[in-house]
Ligand binder design. Structure first.
Ligand code: T3D
Length: 263
């Protein structure tokens, strides 16, 4: 499939997806979603990949759903957005969440509506200082989708989640980092270097261990302590047989840096 709405590149264990409709602040269209599905299927099927980057082209990260696709002439039925969520947003969020590798989101500018919540579905979010997060849904008569009602209270607590979702107020990247909504806020001029260093680090990490860490942390949300200890035991048992664990121990014993292969 050729891509008109995203850029997709793979190199040295790193996959990069760039939302690429800068004149529309990279807002999501049906066509962009189809391309994202295709690219993410390739990421999932490529065992050489060890980290994924999601970012946006131009001055914004993503302004959510392209609202020009939601305008209807008078007298006609509105678009069934339950169906578009099922087709587009639900698989996107579930795929990013479950991908067996870290997903880094570089928020290079405004992240609004589903654009904000798709960022929150990623594992590590780094934003430039000029970026802002907006739960824009209430401004147009909707509720936070793309996982917003799931991620927001878990990340920042109920009071802040409600404040953000019910007002649609802008949240600066600095405040987002202070609140724990995202991992880090850096000067715009440092965003690229910070993200590249992180990608390099994660691409040479023990990928299976990071995937299992994601899986365990996600499972914890719905587990009792006893059930979670079982999850940890089972995942750790499998990691205990991995080549990377063997290498990690050998490198520690030999007082040298480990060379993880992701296997
Ligand atoms: O529908 C379903 O399937 C359900 C799922 C819904 C998910 C959602 O995401 S609903 C929420 C949709 N998003 C929004 O409501 C945000 C709309 N955008 C804005 O509020 C503002 O654009 C921003 C606050 C994000 C940025 O403001 P600003 O002043 O920096 O930029 P701007 O001038 O508003 O936007 C630049 C251009 O992008 C502009 O086009 P123009 O005038 O230069 O021709 C603007 O119309 C366009 N644009 C921005 N956001 C969208 C968009 N075009 C279409 N859809 C957008 N969401």
């Amino acid at each position: 499939m050729s891509y008109d709405n995203i850029l997709f590149a793979r190199d040295a264990g790193i996959a990069r997806i760039t939302l690429n409709r800068p004149d529309r602040l990279n807002s999501f269209t049906d066509a962009m979603h189809a391309e994202l599905r295709d690219a993410l299927a390739q990421v999932k099927g490529d065992a050489s990949l060890r980290v994924l980057l999601l970012t946006g082209a131009g001055r914004g990260f993503c302004a959510g759903q392209d609202l020009s696709e939601r305008e209807v002439p008078p007298g006609t039925e509105p678009v069934d957005i339950g169906a578009t969520i099922e087709r587009n947003y639900k698989p996107l969020v579930l795929t990013l969440h479950a991908l067996p590798m870290p997903v880094v989101c570089a928020v290079n500018g405004v992240a609004a509506g589903a654009g904000a919540n798709v960022a929150l579905a990623c594992d590590i979010v780094v934003a430039g200082k000029s970026a802002i997060f907006i739960q824009a849904f209430c401004r147009i008569g909707l509720l936070p989708d793309a996982g917003g009602t799931f991620f927001l209270p878990r990340l920042v607590g109920s009071a802040r989640a409600k404040g953000l979702a019910l007002t649609g107020d802008k949240l600066s990247a600095e405040q987002a980092a202070d609140w724990g909504l995202i991992w880090k806020c850096v000067d715009d001029s440092e965003l690229s270097a910070t993200v590249e260093a992180l990608l390099k680090q994660l691409a040479s990490a023990p990928t299976r261990a990071l995937a299992a860490t994601k899986e365990a942390l996600h499972a914890a949300a719905g587990n009792t302590l006893k059930a979670q200890l079982d999850v940890e035991r089972d995942l750790q048992q499998a990691l205990g047989r991995s080549a990377d664990f063997k290498e990690g121990v050998a490198a520690f014993r030999a007082k040298r840096p480990p060379r993880f292969t992701g296997s």
